[in-house]
Design a protein around this ligand. Structure first.
Ligand SMILES: O=P(O)(O)OC[C@H]1O[C@@H](O)[C@@H](O)[C@@H](O)[C@@H]1O
Length: 322
C-alpha cells in the first residue's frame, strides 16, 4: 500500500442526533464546538437503528452511505477477519434532565424474546458534569416482583427512585451499568456511553415524559418485560466493582461486552474502533495519510486503516467491541 492509495482511512463523523424524549443540557454542543439542534444524544459510528425506527440512529458517512451499508459491503476491511458485525454502539449523551428509570435486557432475555444475540449492557465515561451530578444504579435492597409491578403500574416514581442507589459522579468517573440494572442518568452531565449494539429499553418510569405505557415494554406483555429487571440489591461492594480503576477505564466485567481505553499523543490504535477526542489537539497518522484531531472530534476507524498513531497534546477515548 502506498500513501497515494488511501482505501480505508479513518472517517471523521458529523453529529448524528436522533430525536428522543428528553432534554439536552448544552454540554454536547459545547464539547463538539458547534451549534447543534438541542438534542441530547449523538450516536457515533452507529450501525444500530433506534428500536422500531430505522434508519433513525444509523450513522451516515460523509460520502452519503450508511456506515451499516459500508460495513456490509466490505466487512473484512471494516471489522477485520474475526468479526461479523460492529458489536458496539457508542453515544455522546448530554442529559439536561434526569432520564426516566429504565432497564436494558440481558442477552438470555433478548435471545429468548427479542430475536437478538445482544442485550444492552452499557458503560458511562463522564466527560463533564455539574458539581452535584449523580446517576441512579441498581436497587438498594431486594425488591419483590409484586412491589416492582405496583410501583411501575402506579408510576410511583418516588418509591422507585428511593429504592435505587444514588451515586454522585464527576468528570473522569466511569461506571459499568450491567443489563438488568434499573438506572437513571443525570441531570447535567455529558457521557461517552458504550453499549451493546441494540436499542432495547424497558421503562419503569414514563410519567412527565412524552412517553406512555405503550412505549415501556418493547411490545412485550408487561409481566414478561418486568422479568428483565434485576431486582436484587446492588451492594456497596458490587457498585465499587462496577467502577473504572486507576489502571483500567472500565472494570473487568465489561470485557465480555466492549473495551474502552484512554489514549494520548504517542500511542497507536489498531483495529475497528470509535474514537472520541476528549482534550487538546493533535494528529492521527497512518499508511492512509494524516488527519487533524481536536477535542470534540469523533471518528470511526476501520480495521484496514492499520496502526494509527496519535501525536500532539491530544487525549481520546478509544472504544472497541469485545
Ligand atoms: O443511556 P441509556 O440508559 O441507554 O438511556 C438513553 C436511552 O433511553 C432509552 O429509553 C432510549 O430512548 C434510547 O434510545 C436512549 O438512548
Amino acid at each position: 500500500m502506498t500513501t497515494q492509495h488511501r482505501p480505508h482511512p479513518p472517517v471523521v463523523l458529523g453529529p448524528n442526533l436522533p430525536e428522543t424524549f428528553y432534554r439536552a443540557s448544552g454540554r454536547l454542543a459545547r464539547f463538539r464546538g458547534v451549534d447543534l439542534p438541542p438534542r441530547p444524544e449523538d450516536w457515533v459510528g452507529s450501525a444500530t437503528p433506534r428500536f422500531g425506527q430505522a434508519p433513525s440512529g444509523l450513522s451516515v458517512l460523509p460520502d452519503g452511505r450508511l456506515l451499516a451499508d459500508a460495513i456490509a459491503a466490505e466487512p473484512a476491511d471494516w471489522l477485520g477477519p474475526a468479526r461479523a458485525d460492529a458489536g458496539l454502539l457508542v453515544k455522546l449523551l448530554d442529559a439536561g434532565q434526569r432520564l426516566p428509570v429504565h432497564v436494558h435486557p440481558a442477552r438470555p432475555f433478548t435471545q429468548s424474546h427479542l430475536a437478538s444475540p445482544y442485550g444492552k449492557t452499557e458503560a458511562w465515561i463522564v466527560l463533564d458534569a455539574a458539581p452535584d451530578a449523580f446517576v441512579h444504579l441498581g436497587f438498594r435492597r431486594d425488591v419483590s416482583a409484586g412491589e416492582l409491578a405496583r410501583w411501575v403500574q402506579a408510576q410511583d416514581v418516588g418509591a422507585l427512585l428511593a429504592a435505587t442507589n444514588r451515586i454522585p459522579v464527576a468528570a473522569g468517573d466511569s461506571l459499568l451499568c450491567p443489563a438488568g440494572a434499573p438506572h437513571a442518568i443525570g441531570p447535567d452531565l455529558l457521557l461517552v456511553e458504550l453499549q451493546e449494539p441494540t436499542d432495547f429499553s424497558v421503562l419503569l418510569e414514563w410519567e412527565g415524559f412524552d412517553l406512555g405505557p405503550r412505549d415501556a415494554t418493547l411490545g412485550l406483555p408487561f409481566e414478561l418485560a418486568m422479568q428483565c429487571v434485576d431486582r436484587r440489591a446492588y451492594s456497596t461492594e458490587r457498585l465499587a466493582a462496577l467502577r473504572g480503576t486507576a489502571t483500567s477505564l472500565l472494570p473487568a466485567e465489561a470485557a465480555e461486552f466492549f473495551a474502552a481505553e484512554r489514549v494520548a499523543g504517542g500511542q497507536v490504535v489498531t483495529g475497528f474502533a470509535v474514537l472520541v477526542v476528549t482534550d487538546g489537539s493533535g494528529r492521527l497518522t497512518g499508511e492512509w495519510g494524516e488527519l487533524a484531531l481536536s477535542a470534540g472530534t469523533t471518528l470511526v476507524i476501520p480495521f484496514a486503516a492499520g496502526g494509527c498513531r496519535l501525536s500532539g497534546a491530544v487525549s481520546a477515548v478509544n472504544c472497541r467491541p469485545a
